[in-house]
Design a protein around this ligand. Structure first.
Ligand code: AKG
Ligand code: FE2
Length: 277
């Protein structure tokens, strides 16, 4: 689609947007081999859209880190300024090396109302998002429109989760009081394997690789009775790298917006207008 749009030229961008928004090109690729309540779009976002989403997500996470970290990364990218990135480069090239980020070792209860998550997520950064920086990324708004159009309902909370190369998520069911009947996840960066296992004894299980640009949705029984995990291994390649997921959940109540972490993110919006980073 991106190539087609370039071919047609910018004067016809309206047509391309129309085609994209019709969902034909992408929804077309939905796979239906999963149990009821699980949907998967293996290549929902174009490379350019993935780069926009990942840049915006990293921007939010990065600006919540210490000044020291931000300076370190700035130096790093300056030293790499010769290899200019284009929209055709894989999104994972937007990650700095692991040691440039303030990854947490293991998630504990502090600051989060999700006690049973203790010990589940390893080597990660995360943030509850109260707003996207749409004024800083030119095409972010239209990409977000496509993303949120997949949500079964519109009362949502958004969370971003950045796994280090050796980060992982152990099997768990999302806290049932922290969100409602569905959970949607966008994968960006390096591919990982999602494992789903029914919680009962000898429960049914299945797994799938999550390439960058893919989206999955768990709803109803799947969301409540299957454990999900993201392991350190990829299916085949053996290359394990950083991955960032955008997790969207239906809010249990409007009060879930009042997350202290979310308020903090509102206060950190420095930087200048950046188009097509
Ligand atoms: O990153 C993912 O795809 C899953 C994240 C997850 O399980 C969670 O945040 O509860
Ligand atoms: Fe989860």
């Amino acid at each position: 689609m991106a190539a087609l749009c370039r071919l047609i030229g910018s004067s016809r961008m309206g047509i391309c947007r129309l085609l994209k928004n019709s969902g034909y090109h992408h929804h077309h690729s939905t796979v239906h081999q999963f149990p009821d309540g699980f949907s998967y779009w293996p290549n929902y976002f174009t490379n350019k859209e993935q780069r926009t989403l990942l840049s915006a997500s990293l921007y939010k996470l990065d600006s919540s880190e210490t000044r020291q970290s931000r300076v370190k990364r700035k130096e790093y990218w300056k030293s790499r300024s010769n290899d200019d990135q284009t929209e055709l480069d894989p999104p994972a090239t937007l990650f700095a090396p692991d040691d440039m980020y303030e990854f947490q070792e293991v998630r504990t209860t502090s600051g989060f109302p999700k006690g049973h998550f203790d010990g589940v997520i390893h080597h990660y950064r995360e943030m509850h998002l109260s707003s996207w920086p749409i004024d800083k990324f030119c095409d972010l708004k239209s990409v977000l429109d496509r993303l949120y159009s997949l949500c079964p309902t519109q009362d949502v909370q958004t969370h971003i989760l950045h796994l280090a190369s050796h980060g992982e998520i152990l099997p768990h069911v999302d806290n049932t009081s922290a969100s409602g009947r569905w959970i949607l996840g966008v994968s960006l960066g390096h591919e990982r394997v999602l494992k789903m296992r029914e919680e009962s004894q000898d429960g049914h299980e299945f797994s799938l690789t999550l390439p960058s640009g893919s989206v999955y949705l768990q709803r109803d029984d799947i969301r409540y009775s299957y454990l999900h995990s993201i392991s350190k291994n990829t299916q085949e390649s053996g290359v394990v790298g950083q991955r960032l997921s955008i997790m969207i959940r239906v809010s249990p109540s409007p009060m879930s917006w009042l997350n202290p972490q979310g308020f903090l993110t509102l206060m950190t919006v420095p930087g200048s207008m950046t188009c097509n980073p």
